[in-house]
Design a protein around this ligand. Sequence first.
Ligand code: PLP
Length: 453
Amino acid sequence: MHDDPLLTDAARRAARYLDGLARRGVAPTDAALAGLSAFDTALPQAPQDPRETLALLDAAGSPATAASAGGRYFGFVTGGTLPASLAAHWLATAWDQNAAFHAASTAVATLEQVALRWLLDLLRLPADAAGAFVTGATMANFTALAAARHAVLARAGWNVEADGLFGAPPVTVVVGAEAHPTLFKALGLLGFGRSRVQRVPVDGQGRLRADALPAWHGPAIVCAQAGNVNTGAFDPVVEIADAARARGAWLHVDGAFGLWAAASPSLAPLAHGLDRADSWATDAHKWLNVPYDCGLAFVRDREALRAAMAVSADYLPGEAAGRNPSDFTPELSRRARGVDVWAALRTLGRSGLADLVDRCCAQARRFADELEAGGATVLNEVVLNQVLVAFGDAATTRRVVEAVQRDGTCWCGPTVWQGRGAMRISVSGWATTEDDVTRSVAAILRCAAAARG
Ligand SMILES: Cc1ncc(COP(=O)(O)O)c(C=O)c1O
């Protein structure tokens, strides 16, 4: 028998938690963090009451969370969760389907396939590209670059899945110096070496300088970035694509959040040329506002992705019934994260997604304008949803960031931009209102005035 009151209680507690976010500080209080000690008990020797377990989780866990699902969390690049996507996630968790095989989990395989088709359309990528639901952009980069590794070495007569990298023809890997640190991790996992890759100098916004691309011969992969985590800037992908094509390289784009610009007609110039790449990585848990963990890899050459990811023909059921998601992902068994994406897209529609992206960018612009008017220095061209702010020297800026976090009206993180200490504001959440921006700007300027003394 299933415990209906338990599930109803969980839903009620979750709704109450989300409702309360508007009224609480964004960072957890010291008292709430101290309350986490309630979890640190000996392992129960006997079964415990599930309802009391849930009550403890809520009582000690909920207040100790950062209110990142609310409207005033601007740290890292953090989306909230759209209500429809959260609800779908709950239902799909109750289904508990293994999204590995079409035949075994036809419902979720179907939903994921539809979601991938919609995404290729919305993100203006080739309609016949292959797609994979993974845990986040780190793994999306890994997955897409595994396909790249397969393809460039296959062209050189080498089967990397069968024979590994020992003795393989060397692969030149080119990245911008301001690529996200997790891209280097993904390249390291693939055996390319975090330090061995060639880093191309960037401009003042962190854009790879196409005129500084190195010469290369033989197998090569070039990684461009759509959306620098600090500035939001896009690499000049048209020039990079021209160079990659002329010299036979695979072009990959890390668009963890920037790729969503393609879903907004008003941001089309920024996204121009992204469709010329061979593979793309993005996150749904950032700007699409679905629950963690949800990233997406897309690869133009479907067979290259399948060659890199499929387990083995004799283990897997065939595709007679339909596409097996696990032919395209690093995992075999996994949760049906595509259901959350399907629900987000089904409820937003094309115009709702464009509005979400545009609204965040307009709010980022408001932050920049109003903080600058209040005496702060905005360090980046605000082309997307990221804003870098300095309040004088690095020490003062650091003090302002700490004061903002303590104040609790909003939450912003510190960063270092090309040697200069800064505060980073990322507007990525569906829940952020104009009033949230007004209150947050006022709090930041209040903290800045206090920090300057
Ligand atoms: C450009 C870029 N790439 C990759 C990542 C890593 O994403 P994830 O944390 O989802 O693995 C991020 C995270 O902010 C990012 O901004």
